[in-house]
Each structure stands twice: as C-alpha cells, then as structure tokens.
Design a protein. Structure first.
Ligand SMILES: Cc1cc2nc3c(=O)[nH]c(=O)nc-3n(C[C@H](O)[C@H](O)[C@H](O)COP(=O)(O)OP(=O)(O)OC[C@H]3O[C@@H](n4cnc5c(N)ncnc54)[C@H](O)[C@@H]3O)c2cc1C
Length: 473
C-alpha cells in the first residue's frame, strides 16, 4: 500500500478547503476553530461514530490561569505549568512546544465553554502528581465519553460535515504539498477528496504493534489500552512527506489497569498512600514516581502482574471516578478486615504481605523514605478495612510525533533537525510531538488532551487563515 500517491491527473470527487483526518478531541476542536474562521471543513473518521482515545480517557485537561481556578482561589500561571511539564520530562521537551500549549490551553477551554457550552469545572480536591497547582479540568461526569459527545454535538450544531466510516488510506501530493486524500469505505470502494490544507488529527501509533516494537520496545507485549484505530498513519504520512519527527519513544503507560477486568484504576489509590506488591506479596518499586513509568515496572514482575493495596478511606477518594466504581461493581476490588484475609483472597504469601504492610506503616509513622526512594512522610496509615486490586501495565498512547511550529504546521526534516513548514500540512493531538520527552517518565497527567485541545484549536484557525490567504482550491 502506498502512503503517498501522485496528485497529477487525479480527478477528486469533490474538494473542501480544510480536511481534518480523525474525529477525536483534536479533530473536532480543529474543525470548530476552522469553521469559526470562515473555512469550509470536512472531518473524515474511520469509525461509524467518532470517539477515538478521547472517549476512553477520563477527559481531564490541565489548564493554568482559568476562570474556574480563579473562582476556586487557585493561583496558577502558564509559566508555572510549563515549569511543571519541563520538570517532569527532565528538560527534554522543546521549551517553545511547552510554552505554546501552556499559554493556549486555558483560553481554549474558556472558548469551548463560552462558544459551545462545554460546562468545565476544575478538580479542586485532588492534586495530580507533578502538578504544582490544582489545574485539571473536566466535564460533570469526568469522562472522555462526555467530552467527545459534547464536541461532536457542537460540530453538528455548527453544521460541519463529518464523514464517518471514511478511512483515509493515502494522501495525494505534489512533492510535499498535499492536494487531497484517498478515502476507503467499509465496502472497499474508494473516493478521492481534494483539499487546500490538511490537518492530521488521527493520533499516534499505539495501535500499531510494529511501530510500538520499533519505538517503545519495552511495551511491545503490553496491553494497548487506547483506541485500536490509531495506527500511526499521521507519523507514516509525515515521514513519507519529509516531516521532522521527535521523541518517538515517548508514551503514556499506566501501571494500574485492573486485570483481567481491563478497567483503569485511578492512581489516587497509590498517591493517597497505597502501595503495589507483586504476586510474592513484596513491594518492588517507588510507586510514587508516576503511573506512566510504572507500566514497564509492573510488567517486569512475575506474570506481569501486581496488586495495588489500599484501604477504604482511599477507596472513598477513588469512587469519584466512574472507572473505579465500575471496577468495584465488577468485583475487581477485594475487601478484607485484616491483612491475612486479604492475602488469602489475593493468593499471596500471608507472612510476606503482613511484613510488607508492617514495614510500610513503620515508614509512614517515622516519615521515612524506603529503599526504593519513596518518601512516606505525611502519608496516612492504611487501616482496616483493606482493599486490593490486581493490575497490569498497559500502553495508553504514544507521545512522540510530527514536529510543529506556532501555527501547528508540520515542519520539514533537515540534516540537523527541522526546517521550515511543509506547504499545507498541520498536526494536532497525538499526531504531533507531545511535551513528554522521550521516556514514559516524562508524561505529566493530562499531556495527552493538552496537545489535542491546544494544538487542535491552533491548527484549525491557522489552516483556515492560510486557505483564505492563499485562496480556496
Ligand atoms: C484509558 C486512557 C485514559 C486517558 N486519560 C487521559 C486523561 O485523563 N487526560 C489526558 O490528557 N489524556 C488522557 N489520555 C490520552 C488521551 O486520550 C489522548 O491523548 C487524546 O484523546 C488524543 O486525542 P486525539 O484527538 O489526538 O486522538 P483520538 O481521540 O484517538 O482521535 C483520533 C481519531 O482518528 C481516527 N483515525 C485514525 N486513523 C484514521 C484514518 N486513517 N482515517 C480516518 N480516521 C482515522 C480514529 O478512529 C480516532 O477516532 C488517556 C488515554 C487512554 C487510552
């Protein structure tokens, strides 16, 4: 299958100034922004209903300096957010990439609320690890399904065309200028749609095992927890057109997916004072480093399995998340009045688990760090009734991708990195290089939707402006 086909002599069935590939958060937001700037837009989505990884996510978006934060008395700024992102990724991300999204995501959320009625609020009772302010925003259900449903509703209300069951299988280009796309329908029929600007909003390559093996080998056999349609098309097309790429090994993993239930168990189970033990009943890591890097750590344990052990107080915090309530409803969360009973239900050695929990309580009481480097100072003790959930490590999404500029235009690859922008190609969300650097540990909560929302809006507006300036096709 050719990724890039010639454009010369192709009779496009119809032509739309701005074509967006992918109907997740990035694509829907790009479409709204382009439409608002007066461009006719078409969204092409391979599924029958646009959902993407966005629908699988908790729909939580970090944003600094918003009016919701101000109302809750939370002090924050884009500079502070940028510093948190850079600190988590140990200085790896390009500061301009970071500043671009940190500056624009707050205004983008307020725009979505004011123009399209998305009722965001800030989570003000829980600080996400690595964030120095409470800046995670979500919709009432705190679910990505609500986010994508509301975005789809806004796109439909604006009269923007969304063509579903329309998988883009190749681009038509003259050199690096994209002239249109080849769309394959479920019955195998093919249509060709011309465009003046193309926005890649079809996420990363988490669903493409060969690309994961190449770029994220430590998770080659991990459960992929994102949307299966994310096959790395943006990356492959970009590379074929001569685009610069960066941090392709970067990704968001998660060390707490209930197994075999396959439900995300909130990391609050750990940050609030819980611990992870392996099937021998022993701790094996500093769990507090972050859930993303913990995916590979859990997978290195016997059978690729761990147990997250916590208590009812922590379960009460976790119950604000629908996934956790679902995990409980499915019986994935065990309950016991003492460690011996818990060990029996977990089928781990009772003496080993008791010794592990005793040591954790000793560290908490003394406010000391353990041999892995986790500091238990200030952590509340675990008390009966105890809870435990069997988990594994999973790949959520990739964070590397196409390098973009301030207009979300995809930049050309040069021998020393990146050059100027390709003529009419834009990228947003998981299609673009994120701000997490090259390692799982660089992922700060919310970095995924951050680039979907911020770059989606930028790409849509810039593509519409460019098309207006250069003239419609
Ligand atoms: C379980 C889970 C929880 C998460 N929680 C959070 C969170 O709380 N906060 C956060 O910031 N991030 C979170 N993320 C990450 C977040 O979901 C993604 O970063 C974000 O949704 C990416 O948005 P997107 O629009 O780029 O991609 P998507 O939402 O995946 O949309 C891409 C769309 O492109 C379509 N597509 C792909 N290829 C083609 C093609 N060739 N032709 C046509 N259509 C195509 C796909 O079908 C899909 O609908 C989570 C991810 C997972 C898996």
């Amino acid at each position: 299958m050719s990724l890039i086909l010639p454009a010369e002599g192709v009779a496009f069935e119809f032509t739309v100034p701005v074509v967006v590939i992918g109907g997740g958060a990035a694509g829907m937001i790009a479409a709204l922004a382009a439409h608002e700037r007066g461009a006719a837009v078409l969204v092409l989505e391979r599924d029958a209903l646009p959902q993407g990884s966005t629908a699988l996510s908790a729909g939580l978006i970090p944003a600094p300096g918003t009016r919701w934060q101000r109302a809750a008395g939370i002090e924050d700024s884009p500079e502070r957010f940028a510093a948190d992102i850079i600190a988590k990724a140990k200085g790896e991300p390009d500061p301009e990439d970071v500043s671009r999204v940190a500056r624009t995501v707050g205004p983008a959320l307020e725009w979505l609320a004011d123009r399209y009625g998305l009722p965001f609020s800030v989570i003000d009772n829980f600080t996400y690890p690595g964030h120095s302010a409470r800046r995670m925003h979500g919709l009432p259900s705190r679910s990505g399904a609500e986010l994508i449903d509301r975005l789809r509703g806004a796109v439909e209300a604006a009269g923007i065309d969304v063509l579903c069951e329309a998988q883009v299988t190749a681009l038509h280009a003259d050199g690096a200028r994209v002239r249109g796309v080849e769309v394959t329908r479920p019955d195998g029929s093919v249509e060709r749609v011309g465009c003046a600007a193309l926005i890649l909003a079809c996420n990363g390559y988490g669903g493409n095992r060969a690309l994961v093996e190449r770029h994220v080998p430590e998770l080659a056999d991990a459960l992929y927890f994102g949307h299966p349609g994310n096959q790395g098309d943006a990356l492959l097309w970009g590379e074929a057109l001569g685009a610069a790429t960066r941090h392709l090994s970067g990704h968001q993993g998660h060390g707490s997916v209930a197994h075999p239930a396959g439900i995300l168990v909130t990391w609050a189970t750990v940050t609030e004072g819980g611990v992870q033990v392996n099937t021998e009943g022993r701790r094996f890591s500093n769990e507090a480093q972050g859930y993303s890097e913990q995916a590979a750590v859990v997978l290195r344990q016997p059978d690729g399995i761990a147990w997250t052990v916590f208590d009812e107080r922590i379960a009460t915090v976790a119950r604000q998340f629908e996934d956790f309530r679902q995990a409980e409803a499915m019986g994935a969360v065990l309950g016991a009045d003492d460690p011996a009973d818990l060990a029996r239900q977990m089928k781990v050695d009772a003496a080993a688990l008791a010794a592990t929990l005793d040591e954790v309580e000793r560290l908490k009481a003394a406010g000391e760090a353990d041999g892995f480097g986790r500091n238990f100072a200030g952590a509340a003790p675990l008390v009966a009734p105890y809870r435990a959930v069997r988990v594994t490590g999973a790949l959520f999404h990739t964070q590397g991708g196409l390098v973009v500029d301030d207009d979300a235009r995809v930049l050309a690859k040069t021998p020393d990195g990146q050059g100027g922008p390709l003529p009419n190609l834009y990228a947003a969300g998981g299609a673009a290089c994120g701000v997490s650097g090259a390692k799982a540990s660089g992922y700060l909560s919310g970095n995924g939707l951050l680039t979907a929302v911020a770059l989606g809006r930028i790409a849509g507006a810039a593509a519409a402006d460019a098309v207006k300036k250069e003239g419609n096709p």
